[in-house]
Ligand binder design. Structure first.
Ligand code: MEV
Length: 315
């Protein structure tokens, strides 16, 4: 049997703008997607036949990255799906790592590349932010120019993203899940339509790009007050882009009195917000009272992992 596991992620800064040549910062969280893979008579996921409707990510990966006898995949996850916390990226990484492990193991760079291929092909337009965060663990900076601590570079079409290690100071985040799904392709298309039509949208994306570089400085300087201010500002700019929602804003407002700052995270429209705080219990209580599901999380330094092997007799 092969077992592989990858962490959830939260985008601290720069979601959406990272699809338009701007940088983004993401961290991985201490919630994980684990999969187990064994040889089998026929392909299955969680004991049901592999299905294009239920298992788009696993199916694309098996059809395009794997060549061998049928496999049975079982999943177990502590990442709520469609929550903006990267459950599909963590699944893509875990599947890529498991397939790599069948062939004797792969590097993190290959895993990040394969996982990005899975997300990109299933989801349409996507950046490698989520899958690279889930692969690497800790913090990453994704940018269009090479910086110190480059991990890998990934290209699609005429676009190349450089992914860097970004040390993150000790911090506690509280996630507030709205209980409403965040459907990434819908939000990405919404922003793309606005971007193509409006100079104001393009200027807003520019401003997010500048803000992310300020956030890199603030994180390197361990200035959590400034990080919080920038989170609030990033949230306002995402609101202008149209990806905030009443539920997200309600949870952000609930967190505000006890936080350095807070913002929606990921594609938005639903899903989750994150608050940076040193009073996590108070923030979690406020989020819960306003109808959200709070998770107190910390940053996980552990990225993707894979172990085990599949013998010829199928075990
Ligand atoms: C989704 O978690 C983040 C987006 O920027 C899309 C992407 O980068 O692939 C909205």
């Amino acid at each position: 049997m092969i077992e592989s596991s990858s962490p959830a992620k939260a985008i601290l800064f720069g979601e959406h703008a990272v699809l338009y040549g701007k940088p983004a910062i993401a961290v991985s969280l201490d919630r994980r997607m684990t999969i187990r893979v064994v040889r089998s008579e026929r392909y299955s996921v969680d004991r049901r036949p592999l299905s294009i409707r239920r298992n788009r990510y696993v199916k694309w990966a098996l059809e395009n990255l794997y060549d061998g006898p049928p496999l049975a995949v079982t999943t177990s996850s502590s990442i709520p799906s469609a929550s903006g916390l990267g459950s599909s990226a963590a699944l893509s990484c875990s599947v890529a790592a498991a397939i790599g492990q069948i062939g004797g193991g792969i590097s993190n760079e290959s895993c990040a590349s394969d996982a990005f291929d899975i997300e990109y092909n299933v989801q349409g337009r996507a950046s490698p932010t989520d899958t690279s965060a889930s692969t690497h663990g800790g913090g990453i900076l994704v940018s269009f120019k090479e910086e110190d601590e480059r991990l890998w570079s990934l290209s699609k079409g005429d676009r190349t993203w450089h992914v860097h290690n970004l040390p993150i100071p000790p911090m506690t985040l509280v996630v507030g899940f709205t209980r409403k799904p965040s459907v990434t392709p819908i939000q990405v298309e919404k922003v793309a339509n606005f971007y193509n039509k409006s100079r104001f949208a393009r200027e807003t994306i520019e401003e997010i790009g500048d803000l992310v570089w300020d956030a890199v400085k603030a994180l390197k300087g361990r200035d959590l007050v400034r990080v919080g201010e920038l989170m609030d500002r990033n949230n306002s700019l995402l609101t202008i882009l149209g990806v905030n929602s009443r539920e997200l804003q309600k949870l952000k407002d609930a967190a505000a009195p006890h936080s350095y700052g807070a913002k929606l995270t990921g594609a938005g429209g639903g899903g989750s917000m994150i608050a940076l705080t040193d009073r996590p219990e108070e923030v979690a209580g406020s989020i819960e009272r306003r109808g959200g599901v709070p998770f107190i999380v910390s940053i996980s330094e552990k990225g993707v992992s894979a172990s085990g092997r599949i013998d010829h007799d199928g075990h």
